[in-house]
Design a protein around this ligand. Structure first.
Ligand SMILES: [Zn+2]
Length: 124
């Protein structure tokens, strides 16, 4: 059984849908950071520090992540949206580069890369 199916069944048992912010929290529980704090993130997103609430800036600090040879994933359920922790509604705190229109911050469910990372980390 693949990981997505296993997790879906597990979550159904607990009455939780895959289309839920729960998948984000589950990935934290499994040991994953927010995508935009990846060690190589500066090649993929620009952090607009001037638009971030100073007391929330720690959420954007780069981490020494093990990326497991997976590509940076704008579609990760672990990626913040572009105005996360903004000092003012609508001001961007994260801008994808080079294409600033790429969608980030989806919470519909795990991306294929999210699932691949779980497979790699847990060998399942
Ligand atoms: Zn989170």
């Amino acid at each position: 059984m693949d990981t997505r199916a296993s997790l879906s069944i597990l979550l159904l048992l607990f009455g939780i849908s895959q289309a839920s912010p729960f998948m984000h929290e589950l990935n934290h529980a499994l040991g994953f950071y927010h995508e935009q704090t990846r060690s190589d993130r500066d090649q993929y997103v620009k952090i607009n520090w001037e638009n971030i609430s100073p007391d929330m800036a720690y959420n954007f600090q780069r981490q020494n992540t093990n990326n497991q040879n997976t590509p940076y994933d704008y579609g990760s359920v672990m990626h913040y949206g572009r105005t996360a922790f903004s000092i003012q509604p609508g001001l961007e705190t994260i801008t994808p580069i080079p294409d600033g229109t790429v969608e980030i911050g989806q919470r519909q469910g795990m991306s294929n890369t999210d699932i691949l990372r779980i497979n790699k980390l847990y060998g399942c």
